[in-house]
Structures are given as C-alpha cells and as structure tokens.
Design a binder for this molecule. Structure first.
Ligand code: ZN
Length: 109
C-alpha cells in the first residue's frame, strides 16, 4: 500500500491522500483513488428529476399490472406461467421502484 502526498485544493499544503481532511486548513481531501465512492459516484451524471419521475411511474404501473394480473388469476386454476409472470412483474416493479427511490433520495443531496 502506497501513501502519496497530494496538494490541498484549499491551501496548497502537502497532505496524505489517506487523510480525510487537510491538516493545514481542515478542508476535506478529495482523491481520485478507485476506493473513493464519492469520486466513483460523480463519474456518471445523476439522473434528472424528470427521468426519476418517469422511472418511478413506469415501475409503479408495472407493479400495479402484476397485482391486477395476480388478482385476475386468483380463484382460477390459471397456468403456472401466468402466475410466474404476475410474480415477476410484482418483484421487478418493486425492485425498480426501490432503485428509483434511492436515486431520488441521493439526487436531492
Ligand atoms: Zn488545506
């Protein structure tokens, strides 16, 4: 493991890239290290609010479709494939909805 010295972006002082804050001025140290999650996250442009809303709506309709389908199938012998598809829609819609919600929350920061 190597410990490199980098220049603080605030005061220019040489500080360890493993340090969380600058020892000189206390400014947070930003590194381009691959372990840095914040740097990784900023690589991809965050989805816009409109995109998040559209995804949430799509996942919700997918979830609703699965629930409706399951209700239609309920009380009927129904084929295994149809029940499987209904379950898949519900699970897929739920997962997608959670992902959209996570994006919505993280984009608000
Ligand atoms: Zn500094």
């Amino acid at each position: 493991m190597t410990m490199a010295l980098i220049a603080c972006s605030e005061c220019g002082r040489a500080v360890s890239d493993k340090a969380a804050v600058c020892i000189g001025c206390g400014a947070p140290i930003t590194t381009s290290s691959p372990i840095d999650l914040d740097a990784k996250r900023s690589d991809a442009p965050p989805p816009t609010r409109e995109q998040i809303r559209r995804r949430a709506l799509l996942s919700l309709s997918m979830l609703a479709l699965g629930v409706i389908w399951a209700n239609i199938l309920d009380g009927r012998p129904g084929s295994r494939f149809a029940s499987f598809m209904a379950a898949l829609l519900i699970i897929g819609g739920l997962c997608w909805l959670i992902v959209s919600l996570v994006h919505a929350v993280s984009s608000r920061r």
